[in-house]
Ligand binder design. Structure first.
Ligand code: FPP
Length: 224
């Protein structure tokens, strides 16, 4: 049985769900947050140590301003209202992405990380303004500056996921089968599960089914 240390999720399909049931893409994002809460609980139940959630990509800035503002309000409220409880539950929050937001939002992100930094039950990596190609180029530039020997180990020290094991499982909901510039380096040997369901419809049973299936996979890592 394969142990599961790290699950990463591309939470796709909020917009379509919102349009279909509430005539509003933003309503889908709101509903998507409920799925986030459920999946956090289930991750803890399964004793998984790392959960990485793709909340906003470097390409999502191309969306209408109204949707971007809604998403950032949702994130802000989540951090303001939920961080104390996450902290009580011994959950550590780490932001991965380019932290070049407004001073207030940057401050909220740093405060949330600092408050939970000593926690050890589960680490949630929230990918906000995250793009894998940027991350890789940036890591390479930093490595070059330090004139260090270039190998996988030295390179990984400069990734935003430094000290985080590579994901065992990647889940993408929403029916599309692409990686959308998410953790391109880290997913080299990850088992990928593409789900038809839209993120607001994804539930604990779907999650458990994936974990169960993963545990039985023969992982070769290039061997036989
Ligand atoms: C992709 O669906 C989803 C996003 C870009 C945002 C994800 C955000 C949340 C689930 C809520 C906030 C999360 C946290 C962790 C506080 P889409 O809009 O691309 O859907 P579509 O493919 O149907 O258009």
């Amino acid at each position: 049985m394969n142990p599961v240390k790290h699950v990463a999720i591309i939470m796709d399909g909020n917009g379509r769900w919102g349009l279909k049931y509430k005539n509003s893409r933003n309503a889908g994002h709101k509903e998507g947050l409920n799925t986030v809460e459920k999946i956090i609980k289930e991750t803890i139940k399964n004793k998984i140590k790392f959960l990485t959630l793709f909340a906003f990509s470097t390409e999502n800035w191309k969306r209408p301003k109204k949707e971007i503002n809604y998403l950032f309000n949702l994130l802000e409220n989540f951090l303001e209202n939920r961080i104390s409880d996450l902290n009580k539950q011994n959950i550590k929050l780490k932001i991965i992405g380019l932290k070049n937001f407004s001073t207030n939002f940057n401050r909220l992100l740093s405060k949330s990380e600092k408050k939970t930094s000593k926690n050890s039950k589960l680490q949630i990596n929230l990918a906000i303004n995250y793009g894998s190609k940027y991350e890789i180029i940036n890591a390479f530039k930093n490595l070059q500056k330090k004139k260090e020997t270039i190998n996988e180990k030295s390179f990984e020290k400069y990734l935003l996921t430094k000290n985080i094991p590579d994901p065992d499982i990647l889940i993408r909901t929403g029916g599309t089968t692409r990686l959308s510039n998410f953790l391109l380096w880290q997913l080299a040997y990850t088992e990928i599960f593409f789900e038809r369901k839209l993120w607001p419809e994804f539930n604990n049973n779907d999650y458990s089914r994936i974990i169960k299936k993963f545990k039985k996979i023969k992982r070769n890592f290039g061997s036989i």
